[in-house]
Design a protein around this ligand. Structure first.
Ligand SMILES: Nc1ncnc2c1ncn2[C@@H]1O[C@H](COP(=O)(O)OP(=O)(O)OP(=O)(O)O)[C@@H](O)[C@H]1O
Length: 270
């Protein structure tokens, strides 16, 4: 798996290592790098002198599904943007796969264009429509391939966002509250789809969510972020498909909610 390395020792903006320089970081980390999809060490990101990410350490294994919970403003999106390579004004080391994709809530980047064209946006070369159609079929949007993006419902636009990420065939999929705007039934359906896609694709996933039930239903491991670092983590044991009424998940949700604090606004699965 080709790896990008972002490493700085100062807070100066520093570009990621050129692709052919990436092995420098891999050498430094030795064998551990080859068993991680993501390796973050000593990561700090400050805004206006305040460290939002503070000496954070994180490892994600290839193919692992990790959910990231935390109170509002604790730095989850900032971390995801750094993993996506969208923010490089950091100190510390970040190793991520070269092939990675990022999806936020449902977006329609060019609403006037047909859905299949939206899916191919930003891809190098001139990929054929069939490439978009294949991935639209995976997310159940075959019938919408030739619709204008603006005509999509919120749930459909969410699927199109996922298609736009998956068409990059990522080794790492970064999702920032992807289902935040969906109603409960559409959200449950989107969650089921994500679980299936992840099992089929085998890519590592980092999912930021406020929904504790979503985290325990989908993830191999749930992390809780506090004060700019990973303060707590737990492995989710039950086999898939998981049932939210499974007493082990009920216990885990209670544990996580307690950890997050009663004041946190969390969504729970319907
Ligand atoms: N570009 C920026 N300039 C200044 N401050 C920023 C910037 N981006 C984020 N912050 C600050 O960093 C902190 C963390 O923001 P971030 O969006 O990462 O939190 P979050 O955990 O994702 O929050 P939420 O759960 O509400 O989405 C916030 O206090 C935010 O105001």
């Amino acid at each position: 798996m080709a790896t990008d390395v972002h490493r700085t020792q100062s807070s100066q903006k520093t570009p990621a290592a050129a692709p052919d320089k990436a092995p420098t970081g891999l050498r430094q980390h030795g064998p551990a790098a080859s068993v991680s999809a993501v390796r973050v060490e000593g990561l700090t990101r400050a805004f206006d002198g305040h460290a939002v990410i503070d000496n954070l350490r994180l490892d994600v294994r290839p193919g692992e599904f990790v959910a990231l919970l935390g109170r509002r403003g604790c730095g989850k999106s900032t971390l995801l943007r750094i993993l996506a390579g969208l923010d490089r004004d950091i100190t510390g080391t970040v190793l991520v796969p070269r092939r990675k994709a990022f999806a936020f809530q449902a977006t329609r980047p060019t609403p006037w264009q047909k859905v299949w064209r939206n899916v191919l946006l930003g891809l190098p070369g001139k990929p054929e429509r069939a490439v978009a159609e294949r991935v639209l079929a995976e997310v159940g949007l075959t019938h919408r391939a030739r619709s204008r993006s603006r005509a999509l419902s919120e749930g459909e636009a969410q699927r199109a966002s996922l298609a736009r990420a998956l068409v990059r065939d990522p080794d790492l999929l970064l999702l920032d509250e992807p289902f935040g705007t969906l109603d409960a039934p559409t959200r449950a359906e989107a969650r089921r789809l994500l679980g299936e896609l992840w099992q089929r694709r085998g890519c590592a996933v980092v999912l930021v969510t406020h929904d504790v039930a979503e985290a325990v239903l989908l993830a191999d491991r749930v992390l809780v972020m506090e004060e700019g670092a990973i303060a707590y983590e737990t492995t989710v044991e039950p086999d898939r498909p998981r049932d939210i009424t499974d007493p082990r998940l009920t216990e885990l949700r209670a544990e996580l909610l307690a950890r997050l604090g009663s004041g946190m606004a969390t969504a729970e699965a319907a």
